[in-house]
Design a binder for this molecule. Structure first.
Ligand code: BDP
Length: 579
């Protein structure tokens, strides 16, 4: 699915703003309109908007509605309604008619509304949104408070992960048009280079009557015209004196794709951004453009006051600003696909991303066929969505599944095969908390390790935590013989709390523990990166282990630095390998 754009053949407008909102409290036909209980903001999560706890933790059906008019000059066009994401499940109705649904929040979906849209009257758009998680959803939820025993047991709401299960229409809603005669539906760009020449493969799929595709890379000599076969095209272009995409030089190119008819008339016109770069795992290194890159950065969340997980451009800009300030070069989109707009920002600013499926804490006590089906679906949607973004250097299929269970082996084999069949240009990882007992690392290129010595065990004992990490990393490397990326480590820290001698929860403790553990990671030649948990404090479900949220942020939820941030800024200013 393409990102919606206005071009010479396409129009675009957004349906963001204030919508009507009601909880589904009875059997009435909400799809034909309803009395609003509240008004809500789109995009945004609904949970933190109101003062009433009933709304905050409501996970059953809610209804969103708004009306809109269409200008008559669009009558001749194909009209598409697109949602950036709705968590977790959406059923969409236009003028009382069911358009379809989508499950697994965090990925976009769209409907052709050409036939149903009215031009002479208001259109009524109603969306049923539901966030009830189960053992068949990805992520799971409502496991009767029985996640794996540990810090998530007994939480409210009942999730086997700690971040708050925000819900709603969390990303933009847009209407875009394409010509009715022919339109581009899908584009895949893959790149390599040899010396100064970039090799760019651009393929795509279209619908309708086009005969050929004219493809050119703006600002270069590269262009070609290719015939369509079964409504698909494939092309290979060369960019001379290519400027590669990299961390400090995020050079981007625009591929213009024009669908043309047999007389050479342009039917559809779309521009796809891409960067020329390669990424691979070679021995104990991740190579970006054939040079080793050491990942320094964070796990994160899309999370902010009031708006929850709603797209917020200001927070996104601020977060990337802080990443640059602290000399981080990367982050993992823990624990779900982030907004398309944020991934584009990473492309433009040269930030490396590990794009993660929303599969956190998959527990094999509860997995069934349907869980695997949902997991495969959302993984495929993620790859389809982000495959052209140069900032995405690796796919993460899951975080902290119970991968010490034999049932996890065929499950993750199938997932890794799916990813590789869709994209052979990026390494694939899985993030484990099972140490050397993990059974599925054979299927992955990089071993992602979440480890909390000095926090969940060995509290307050930095030296013992370092010793534990040293021993466990060596053991894991012996076992897996693959590069290890430390994807989570850290300590909850109350901003403003100080203590000498150092004690858990204080800024001194976070600083000493994080810097101490990094020292150990850097003793090991097979460690390819350090991602601290977390970039910023974030809202969680309620439980005895969380006081006002998860406080492992290096920055507060307001995006101000804790003490450790200043030390990291200094330490990370010298990259481990020369760029
Ligand atoms: C890890 C999870 C992460 C949690 C973190 C923590 O991957 O989502 O927030 O622990 O406990 O297990 O802070």
């Amino acid at each position: 699915m393409l990102y919606p754009k206005r071009t010479q053949t396409r129009d675009l407008f957004e349906l963001n703003g204030i919508w009507n909102f009601a909880r589904e409290l009875d059997e009435s036909n909400y799809a034909e309109g309803f009395t609003a209980e509240k008004q809500v903001a789109v995009p945004g999560s609904y949970n933190d908007l109101f003062t009433d706890n009933e709304f905050r933790t409501w996970e059953k059906g809610t209804w969103y509605a708004r009306s809109f008019q269409l200008p008559r000059m669009l009558r001749s066009e194909r009209i598409v309604l697109r949602f950036g994401s709705v968590s977790y499940r959406a059923e969409v109705y236009l003028n009382g008619q069911h358009l379809g649904g989508h499950e697994t929040g965090y990925t976009p979906f769209e409907f052709d509304i050409t036939e149903l849209a009215k031009f002479d009257d208001e259109n009524l758009l109603c969306v049923r949104v539901e966030n009830t998680l189960s053992n068949e959803t990805v992520p799971m939820g409502n496991l009767q408070n029985k996640p794996e025993a540990g810090q998530f047991a007994g939480q409210y709401p009942d999730t086997p992960f700690d971040f708050f299960p925000y819900a709603g229409i969390q990303r933009p809603v847009a209407i875009y048009t394409t010509p009715k005669t022919a339109w581009l539906d899908q584009v895949a760009v893959e790149t390599t280079y040899e010396g100064n020449t970039g090799h760019v493969s651009i393929g795509g799929r279209c619908c309708g009557q086009a005969a050929k595709a004219f493809i050119s890379v703006q600002g270069t000599e590269a262009s070609t015209t290719v015939e369509l076969h079964d409504q698909t095209f494939a092309s290979m272009l060369k960019i001379e004196s290519v400027q590669l995409w990299g961390v400090n030089r995020p050079n981007l190119y625009q591929a213009r794709i024009q669908l043309i008819d047999t007389d050479g008339n342009v039917l559809d016109d779309y521009t796809q951004q891409f960067g020329v770069r390669t990424v691979k795992v070679d021995g104990n290194r991740i190579l970006l453009n054939e040079k080793p890159v050491y990942l320094q950065g964070f796990g994160r969340h899309e999370d902010f006051h009031i708006i929850g997980k709603g797209l917020n451009h200001s927070v996104n800009i601020r977060d990337h600003e802080l990443l640059k300030w602290i000399h981080a070069n990367s982050y993992r989109t823990t624990h779900y696909p982030y907004s398309e707009e944020l991934i584009q920002l990473a492309d433009e600013q040269g930030i490396l991303l590990i794009a993660e499926a929303p599969a956190v804490s998959i527990n094999f006590d509860y997995v069934n066929e349907q869980t695997l089906k949902a997991h495969k679906k959302v993984l495929a949607e993620l790859i389809e969505r982000d495959r052209n973004n140069p900032s995405v250097i690796m796919w993460s299929v899951a975080n902290e599944a119970t991968t010490d269970r034999p049932e996890s082996i065929p499950y993750f084999k199938e997932l890794s095969e799916l990813v590789r069949s869709m994209d052979s240009t990026r390494p694939v990882t899985m993030i484990s908390c099972k140490g050397a007992d993990d059974l599925v690392m054979d299927f992955f290129d990089v071993v992602g390790v979440n480890t909390y010595p000095g926090w969940y065990h060995l509290p307050g004992q930095v030296d013992a935590a370092k010793e534990h990490l040293r021993a466990s990393l060596k053991q894991m490397h012996e076992q897996f013989r693959k590069p290890i990326l430390i994807t989570e480590f850290g300590a909850d820290t109350i901003a403003g709390m100080h203590s000498l001698p150092v004690e858990q929860w204080s800024e001194e403790y976070q600083t000493e523990l994080i810097l101490g553990l990094i020292e150990v990671m850097r003793e090991m030649d097979f460690v390819v990166g350090e991602h601290i948990w977390n970039f910023a404090d974030f809202r969680t479900a309620q439980g005895f282990a969380r006081v006002g949220g998860n406080k492992k942020g290096v920055f507060t939820r307001e995006r101000q630095p804790k003490m450790v941030a200043h030390f990291l800024k200094k330490f990370w200013s010298k990259p481990r390998y020369e760029d």
